[in-house]
Design a protein around this ligand. Structure first.
Ligand code: TXA
Ligand code: MG
Length: 342
């Protein structure tokens, strides 16, 4: 299959209705969001949804989230929607927040991996919001990477992973946030953060008061321990070379890496410390103090090593404040939680 690349010049472009036809016709279309690129199909069409799992090489028990253009769509697909969901939607939608809610029976089991809940998300990207309105369907959309690989933040990355496997890619430029949406389970009390992402935990606590952090966010689950977000159990975001993450002050972690690296080590570090690793393949995350930039760059940095011959990767890691929680989570997952705390 030849994968078409579409780059509309605005929300009124004819290209968008062509792209929407891929979705309504049961095909696969990669679409841009503010977080990462998604791999979209009609979330109500089991056959189309099965093709998502095939194209990604994704385990069937890992549920898909649904993308909708606004909060008015919640009652079509969800039961017992709590008032907190509308409160959050008013504050943060369109934006990087996925809410787990009780689902209605009209959503196929294939989409939700057999769960009685569903993840709902309204992405903040003008092209995709227009696409969702044109398609007039809830669009099932996991991240557009092959399963286990770092998520895609550009159309070129999507082509690298999905070229030949899907009908088309809607190119909306590089993603602004760079890490996936924050996943919040609203079916329990207090609400539970299942995956840190583009919306900081602090912002949720400001609106909701207490929010608990699921254990799978910060630690490797034990064998047989079932995560609440099924996707959290899989090895993830991993470049081909093994990764070791260092936590602690930038100065200490840079010292540690400099003392332990070898000729074929690759380094992920903050701009301030790059000079310590001259002669190595280095991917900078941005300044130690700029977590937005770190979020934007973390997946590109991990992905970029695959085109090199590095045999191990050392990574500096931000603290857990703000977007740091999401950046640290992606790095630690890429490392299979091989973390050295200094
Ligand atoms: O930013 C994002 O959320 C991107 C863009 C494309 O919207 N999408 C994304 O989807 O990251 P995905 O499938 O790569 O990650 C969704 C995560 C998975 O770990 C999945 O297990 C979890 O959400 N999930 C989906 N439905 C769930 C449910 N009903 N209960 C708990 N976890 C769920
Ligand atoms: Mg994913």
């Amino acid at each position: 299959m030849k994968t078409k690349m579409w780059k509309p010049d605005g929300v009124d472009s004819k290209i968008l209705s062509e792209a929407a036809k891929v979705i309504t016709g049961g095909g696969l279309l990669a679409f841009p969001t503010e977080t990462v690129y998604g791999l979209g199909a009609n979330g109500l069409d089991e056959t189309a949804v099965c093709r998502i799992f095939e194209a990604k090489g994704r385990p069937q028990d890992n549920p898909l989230i649904l993308h909708v253009p606004d909060a008015a769509w919640l009652t079509r697909y969800c039961e017992e929607v709590p008032s907190s969901a509308y409160l959050l939607a008013r504050r943060f939608w369109p934006g990087p927040l996925t809410m787990i809610l009780r689902r209605k029976a009209c959503i196929p089991n294939r989409t939700t991996g057999g769960l009685d809940t569903v993840g709902m998300r309204c992405p903040a990207h003008p092209l995709t919001l227009a696409l969702l309105r044109l398609a007039d369907l809830p669009v099932a959309g996991p991240s557009a990477n092959r399963s286990g690989r770092p998520s895609c933040t550009t159309a070129a990355h999507v082509l690298e992973d999905m070229g030949g496997r899907i009908e088309g890619i809607l190119d909306g430029g590089p993603c602004e946030v760079g890490v996936e949406s924050t996943i919040l389970d609203l079916t329990c009390n207090p609400p539970r953060l299942l995956r840190p992402g583009g919306l900081p935990l602090e912002a949720l606590r400001e609106v909701l008061g207490e929010v608990v952090l699921d254990r799978a966010v910060t630690a490797q689950l034990k064998d047989g321990e079932r995560p609440r977000a099924p996707g959290m159990k899989y090895r993830h975001y991993a470049p081909k070379a093994p990764v070791t993450v260092l936590t602690g002050s930038g100065a200490n972690t840079a010292d540690y890496i400099a003392a332990h690296m070898s000729g074929d080590s690759g380094i992920v570090c903050f701009d301030e410390y790059a000079y310590r690793f001259a002669g190595h393949i280095v991917h900078c995350l941005g300044s130690e103090t700029d977590k937005r930039e770190q979020a934007r760059r973390v997946f590109d940095a991990l992905r970029a090593f695959d085109h090199t011959c590095v045999r191990e990767i050392w990574a500096q890691c931000p603290d857990a404040q703000g977007l740091g929680l999401a950046v640290a989570n992606r790095l630690k997952k890429a490392a299979g939680f091989r973390v050295i705390a200094l």
